[in-house]
Write a new protein. Structure first.
Length: 408
């Protein structure tokens, strides 16, 4: 609920020097739960302001839903850090900040005088949160990394989820970025908690590569040579025929999932009118069913059985029997999903020209804390003057800095 009592991160000040999705989304979550987040952009602005061009979504000032996902509620300033005046202003912002959140490459930060060692000596209380594609060490530390490359391509799922002979699976835009942002967010919170105990800030870092490995941890282990290596991606040979996808009579797909095959086998065999498989020694365990062609036989029979009813009929029948199952829905369905709306997982936001959009919300809710109102993100440099006045700059000094192109 918005604005209920207090927000848990009130009093925390974050300076965000980050672009696109993953790192700014961590900043967005800090902001949503009460932190003051001052986003520092260059003169051309965060590239995410123009992401709508790629996704065919409007991307004008105050009418930019995709940029708003990452940046609702943030204070927006534009500073040219390559000018002496801009650099000085950045240091003033950091003087009483709790967190610097950035995805600028480490070498570039060092050249700007904003590297971790330099800032830790000057501002020992500062939590220095750094995000990268591949991590800060190793041969690829300086390599550019994006969601598609560092999270997906480097970690194996695109190759191993692919049906042989087909075009590689194409993930939704920024899916890995959004997943990784939660990891980064939690790391920042832990660093702040640690500072409460020690009084000193720390470098906290993660990467798309690290998050991709962690999200894919189970197959990273199971695909190792000592466990047989790569698994086949064969729809007739799933690891468990009762945790699989089936097409129904109305041409829609549902997913069915058992909790434990060996225990659930008699129940599922009865539900689907296949009592014989409960007595078939080939089907007794997942190991035995997968080592033989029994899994192909069972899946082939289930394919035919599921075609005898519509998806709605199957969902009702399986639900009555306490079977975990779900209709395979389209992304377009999520914004009107009653369950999502009831829990506040999506919320309507009104943009300029009365454009109304159902917007995904940060996914953690509290009983005794609220969140910031969900508002459209502002224009580039919208709050520069206010922020600089709060830093002690006069209107004349602000105008002079603007003339020197140190700020927008």
């Amino acid at each position: 609920m918005e604005n209920k009592i207090k927000m848990p991160l009130e009093g925390i000040k974050v300076i965000e020097l980050a672009t696109v999705v993953a790192a700014p989304t961590a900043g967005r979550m800090l902001c949503a739960y009460g932190a003051e987040v001052i986003k520092v952009e260059t003169a051309i602005g965060d590239e995410q302001r123009r992401a709508g061009e790629f996704e065919m979504v409007v991307c004008e000032d105050y009418k930019n839903p995709l940029f708003t996902i990452q940046n609702s509620g943030k204070t927006l300033v534009s500073i040219n850090l390559k000018t002496p005046e801009g650099k000085e202003a950045m240091l003033k912002l950091l003087a009483d900040a709790d967190v610097l959140l950035t995805n600028v490459r480490a070498a570039s930060l060092d050249r700007l005088g904003l590297g971790y060692k330099t800032l830790h000596e000057r501002f020992p209380q500062l939590v220095y949160a750094h995000f990268s594609g591949f991590g800060l060490e190793g041969p690829d530390a300086a390599k550019p990394g994006f969601d598609s490359t560092a999270f997906w391509l480097r970690n194996g799922p695109l190759a191993d989820w692919q049906v042989p002979g087909s075009f590689p699976f194409t993930p939704s835009y920024a899916f890995g970025d959004m997943a990784t942002s939660s990891v980064f967010f939690s790391g920042i919170l832990m660093a702040l908690m640690g500072r409460e105990k020690t009084g000193t800030g720390t470098l906290v870092n993660t990467s798309l590569f690290a998050s991709g490995i962690w999200c894919n941890a189970i197959p990273v282990v199971s695909h190792q040579p000592q466990f047989g290596g790569k698994r086949k991606n064969d729809p007739l040979r799933p690891a468990d025929p009762f945790s699989h996808f089936y097409k129904c009579g109305d041409d829609r797909w549902i997913g069915v999932f058992d909790n434990e095959y060996r225990r659930e086998l008699p129940k599922f065999a009865a539900l689907f009118g296949m009592p014989d498989i409960a007595e078939d020694p080939r089907c007794a365990t997942l190991e035995s069913i997968c080592e033989t062609d029994a899994v192909v036989e069972v899946v082939t029979r289930l394919n035919a059985i599921f075609l005898t009813k519509t998806s709605a009929e199957w969902l009702a029948y399986l639900g009555e029997n306490n079977v975990s199952c779900e209709l395979m829905r389209h992304i377009r369905d999520v914004s009107s999903d009653e369950q999502a709306i009831a829990n506040g997982y999506v919320r309507q936001v009104t943009f300029k020209d009365d454009l109304k959009v159902m917007m995904p919300c940060p996914p953690v809710h509290f009983s005794e804390f609220g969140t910031r109102p969900y508002v459209p993100a502002g224009r580039l440099g919208e709050d520069t003057d206010v922020v600089f006045r709060n830093l002690g700059y006069s209107d004349e000094e602000i105008a002079e800095m603007r003339e020197k192109k140190a700020i927008i």
